[in-house]
Write a protein that binds this ligand. Structure first.
Ligand SMILES: [Zn+2]
Length: 215
């Protein structure tokens, strides 16, 4: 049976969401595996405010909700479990695993598209800041400062897709026209973005077990 840790995603004062995913629907098997995982956590993390599943020993309370994904199941546990209660389990539909190569290819495409968008936004901003007869930018709309084109353009490297702040008043030094161009670039980028690949539904179910562990 495969399982993996999903603990430690969110920390709250005095409690840490901790749990495990089990890719089987067999409750007896899940309870046995859970008891073993709890015992291992108690051995590794201790039994006092560890914020880990060692704090969630005992018979599991089952909720056969058949949720649509592991993520939904995890959110359900976080929403529903009260500290000091026994561990909760909620069922969710299993998906086939997405091949690692497919996931990596998606991540690479995603990253490249984002960098291309940022690069293009940078070019638009540089052109706007450096083209003009005067050595000074038009007066800042916020505070009226006249700033050196060269100085501001040199500082406006990298992440400028949300604008270029005035060093005096933090107002945006870009004109409305340039801001609209950047918004159009952003919309185009977001419109093109493909969704992270997901597995196919299998008609089979697994369980997420966990809760808020005292920490
Ligand atoms: Zn200003």
């Amino acid at each position: 049976m495969s399982y993996h840790r999903i603990s430690g995603l969110l920390r709250t004062a005095g409690g840490n969401d901790a749990g495990r995913t089990y890719r089987t629907y067999d409750r007896a098997q899940v309870q046995r595996q859970w008891d073993a995982d709890v015992a291992r956590s108690q051995h590794e993390d201790g039994t006092s405010y560890s914020g880990e599943i060692g704090m969630l020993a005992g018979p599991i309370q089952w909720h056969d909700e058949k949720l649509g994904s592991q993520g939904e199941a995890w959110n359900w546990i976080m929403r529903t479990h009260e500290k000091f209660e026994p561990p909760l389990a909620v069922s969710f539909e299993l998906e086939t695993e997405v091949p690692q190569a497919k996931l990596l290819a998606w991540r690479r495409r995603h990253q490249e598209a984002y960098e291309a968008y940022q690069r293009k936004a940078g070019e638009v901003v540089q052109r706007a800041l450096t083209s003009g007869k005067s050595k000074l930018l038009p007066a800042c709309g916020g505070c009226g400062s006249r700033l050196s084109r060269e100085h501001i353009a040199r500082g406006a490297r990298g992440w400028v897709s949300d604008g270029v702040p005035c060093p005096v008043c933090r107002g945006n030094l870009l004109s409305e026209t340039v801001q609209r161009r950047l918004e159009a670039l952003k919309a185009k980028h977001e419109g093109r973005r493909d969704k992270e690949p997901r597995g196919r539904k299998t008609g089979k179910y697994g369980w997420v077990v966990g809760g808020t562990a005292q920490s």
